[in-house]
Design a protein around this ligand. Structure first.
Ligand SMILES: C[S@@+](CC[C@H](N)C(=O)[O-])C[C@H]1O[C@@H](n2cnc3c(N)ncnc32)[C@H](O)[C@@H]1O
Length: 211
């Protein structure tokens, strides 16, 4: 796998603090989203049946962490593949109203729930895309993001024909097996999140760029 460059670094406590501050700044709308998500979760199991409000809040903070990375700063258009109930796309869209987001999922009832949440929250910068990610027909290059939805090589196989510039993926630290079969030259940087609160033990954000 010489055509893949894999590097690793730690994420500082300051980065976690920055996303916590972003949460505080948008507390009201993020709190509304949290309420909607819990309501839908009881009906169609978007996260897991008996998840607590506190755990869902961790998922929102985890979602906002992505906004602290270089690949996100420069992106105008973002595609969240396998978004489920809107994670990480909806928290990022709430806190970054100037960027455009497409939230994609293959399960129609999840897309219907996302559509309704986006409407209720009044988000003008979000479009919902119902169907498998490989069928998306983008009109612009974009940043591809995804949280715990695909193995890396599976997502790559489904999207290599699409004009993504980089991907930022929520993964565990152990990703080597998931890189098997990728033929394109890619640079892959793994950010270890374990210096954060306990919730982040063993978790990583993986940034993949085309060379
Ligand atoms: C484990 S859930 C993660 C949901 C969300 N990202 C989160 O962190 O809560 C994985 C999601 O990927 C979706 N999914 C699976 N295959 C897909 C595909 N080919 N295209 C789009 N979405 C897909 C599933 O329907 C599911 O909602």
């Amino acid at each position: 796998m010489e055509h893949l460059t894999l590097t690793t670094s730690n994420v500082s406590r300051e980065t976690f603090e920055n996303s916590r501050q972003l949460y505080s700044k948008h507390r009201k709308t993020l709190g509304n989203y949290l309420d909607h998500l819990l309501w839908w979760n009881k009906r169609i199991n978007l996260i897991s049946r008996n998840v607590s409000r506190e755990t869902v809040k961790h998922h929102l903070l985890h979602s906002l962490l992505l906004s602290q990375f270089e690949a996100f700063f420069s992106a105008q258009v973002v595609l969240d593949a396998g978004s489920g109930g809107g994670l990480p796309g909806i928290p990022l869209a709430i806190t970054h109203p100037k960027k455009r987001f497409t939230l994609n999922d293959i399960v129609s009832k999840k897309c219907m729930a996302m559509k309704q949440m986006v409407q209720r929250l009044g988000l003008q910068n979000v479009t919902i895309s119902d169907g498998s990610v490989e069928q998306i027909k983008p009109d612009h290059s974009f940043l591809l993001i995804s949280k715990h939805a695909f193995k890396i090589n599976e997502l790559y196989a489904m999207t290599s024909h699409l004009p993504w510039e980089s991907m930022v993926l929520y993964k565990g630290m152990d990703i080597k097996e998931e890189l098997q079969g990728i033929k394109e030259s890619l640079s892959i940087h793994r950010y270890d999140l374990s210096k954060g609160p306990d919730f982040y033990a063993g978790k990583a954000l993986v940034v993949i760029s085309r060379e």
